[in-house]
Design a protein around this ligand. Structure first.
Ligand SMILES: Cc1cc2nc3c(=O)[nH]c(=O)nc-3n(C[C@H](O)[C@H](O)[C@H](O)COP(=O)(O)OP(=O)(O)OC[C@H]3O[C@@H](n4cnc5c(N)ncnc54)[C@H](O)[C@@H]3O)c2cc1C
Length: 487
């Protein structure tokens, strides 16, 4: 990077010099471009980086850092990670990161285009209908089987030669090493990137948080086949007060599947789950199915696929807030990214997108820094407003949809239809949904990514997933991906 800048400057006839050196006490190399003796650009490479967790944040960070010339090792607790899980909504922000990695195409080939978020009451009254197109024609979200995103990132990291140590459950960080649950030390590393998710054991062991608490509410979920695409093009929710909420997200295709899928979510308090399961055991699932069908009759073919209550899994959420995401612990630099740094309720469908953006932000922060400490500070500065905003707005909004607050439900039903009709406010809300806001009123939003329009086969709306059955990451980017990455 520094060399490229130097060559560019020389081509312009400027008097430039380049200096290179090694970090003392670490493995990294630095390069610095000087103009008239003053440094104007730094670049770092060759750091030894340990990444804990091969989820979205960890795998994406490993790819970015590996490509930036660092030596990366990933430690993943699961011995044989499989592409499983519910549907997630990938926002334009998440797609921008995937485009930069050259991975948008294989992901999009298995996703379902989502044009809007629509929420109605039990009686069918529309509370809000927020189309991405409000911000720019063609902008959309992507409903995705989370296994697809996992597999594309994980396979790509492997294909590029990033060592991934499976079955290593990291318990703590000690003098530059990651220490697993059996007490074995791995490393040493100049930097440890902690991406071990919302229940981060490393965070709990040694690092201060402002907030680290389970949400009282979670959701039952399942992924069902939806061959007729009954739930297409929108994330659709039905609410009744704040204690009843169900959602349907078109989910594209499973990693190795060819039948369109829809994810179903049913809001439930965590402490009510055992009671709910006992009732289902006693009376069977049909009463529950009757309740859901009464709220949304189109759900019938999905519900027919549920044999018993075991087909619905419970997902709990956590609320995590750290004042600072980077630390120096016993001589090691440590940085938290993804849910490990800022888990939140999935009400706004942002967690995976923020995790991907963190990975990109970390690599960018390090790329232009004159030292590791400076790179981590740059990362903190770059991510601060975006992450704080989504943490806050999630904390404020979630009780309007999941709580025991009757008054909040009434307020929501009265206010949302009015507010979303006011053009300025409506635009702000769509920006929130698209993942680009960095503050409530005055802060500039993130730029909207210029993504190539999806083709039919490329968006999971064709008869089968585009480009072969499995979502293999494609190191040879498509023209569309290159165009997106170049933006
Ligand atoms: C019901 C539900 C719906 C959601 N819907 C959406 C949505 O629509 N859109 C969206 O953007 N987000 C959504 N999310 C949030 C999203 O799933 C998370 O934000 C995202 O998975 C965070 O990624 P991550 O890589 O930080 O963490 P994780 O995905 O949790 O990955 C952590 C990884 O670390 C590994 N690990 C854990 N502990 C250790 C250890 N000690 N040592 C080594 N490895 C370890 C784990 O095995 C895992 O592979 C939803 C979440 C839930 C629960």
């Amino acid at each position: 990077m520094a060399r490229a800048a130097l060559e560019e400057a020389r081509a312009e006839g400027a008097h430039m010099a380049i200096r290179v050196g090694r970090w003392s006490g670490g493995n990294g190399r630095w390069a610095c471009v000087l103009r008239g003796g003053a440094p104007i650009l730094w670049a770092m490479e060759g750091l030894d980086v340990g990444v804990v967790g091969a989820g979205f944040a960890g795998s994406a960070a490993a790819l970015f850092l590996h490509r930036a010339g660092h030596r990366v090792t990933v430690y993943e607790a699961v011995e044989d990670p499989a592409p499983v899980g519910a549907g997630i909504l990938i926002q334009p922000t998440g797609m921008a990161v995937l485009a930069r990695l050259g991975l948008l195409h294989p992901v999009r080939a298995h996703g379902a285009v989502v044009d809007r978020l629509r929420c109605v009451t039990r009686g069918g009254r529309t509370l809000f209908d927020l189309p991405y197109g409000e911000l720019r024609g063609g902008l959309h979200g992507l409903g995705l089987h989370r296994g697809v995103l996992f597999q594309v990132l994980f396979d790509q990291a492997r294909a590029e030669g990033v060592p991934i140590r499976l079955g290593v459950h990291v318990a703590e960080i000690e003098e530059g090493h990651v220490v697993d649950a059996a007490g074995e030390r791995h490393g040493p590393h100049d930097l440890v990137v902690v991406a071990d998710g919302a229940r981060s054991q490393i965070r709990a062991a040694d690092f201060p948080t402002v907030l680290d608490a389970p949400y009282p509410w979670g959701a039952l979920w399942c992924v069902a086949e939806d061959p007729e695409r009954v739930f297409a093009r929108e994330l659709f929710q039905v609410v009744d007060g704040t204690e009843t909420m169900l959602g349907f997200l078109p989910t594209g295709f499973a990693p190795d599947g060819t039948t369109p899928l829809t994810s179903f979510f049913w809001s439930l308090r965590g402490d009510a789950e055992p009671r709910w399961r006992r009732a289902m055991q006693l009376h069977g699932l049909h009463r529950f199915k009757d309740v859901v069908r009464a709220l949304e009759p189109r759900s019938a073919p999905l519900l027919d696929q549920l044999a018993d209550h075991g087909a619905l899994l419970f997902a709990a959420y956590r609320d995590v807030r750290m004042r600072r995401w980077h630390h120096q612990a016993e001589g090691t630099r440590v940085v938290f990214i993804g849910d490990a740094a800022h888990a939140m309720s999935p009400q706004l469908g942002q967690g995976s997108n923020l995790a991907l953006y963190d990975a990109m932000g970390l690599a960018d922060g390090l790329a232009g820094a004159s030292s590791l400490a400076e790179g981590l500070q740059a990362y903190q500065r770059a991510r601060e407003s975006h992450l704080r905003f989504y943490g806050r707005i999630n904390r404020w909004l979630t009780p309007f949809f999941q709580s025991r607050g009757r008054a909040l439900g009434g307020l929501r039903d009265a206010l949302f239809p009015v507010v979303t009709r006011l053009p300025w406010l409506r635009r702000q809300m769509v920006q929130v949904m698209a993942g680009v806001r960095r503050g409530f009123v005055l802060a500039d939003p993130l730029p909207l990514p210029a993504l190539p329009p999806p083709s039919q086969a490329d968006e999971g709306q064709g008869d089968e997933p585009g480009e072969g059955a499995a979502p293999r990451a494609d190191a040879d980017r498509t023209d569309a991906d290159r165009a997106a990455a170049a933006e």
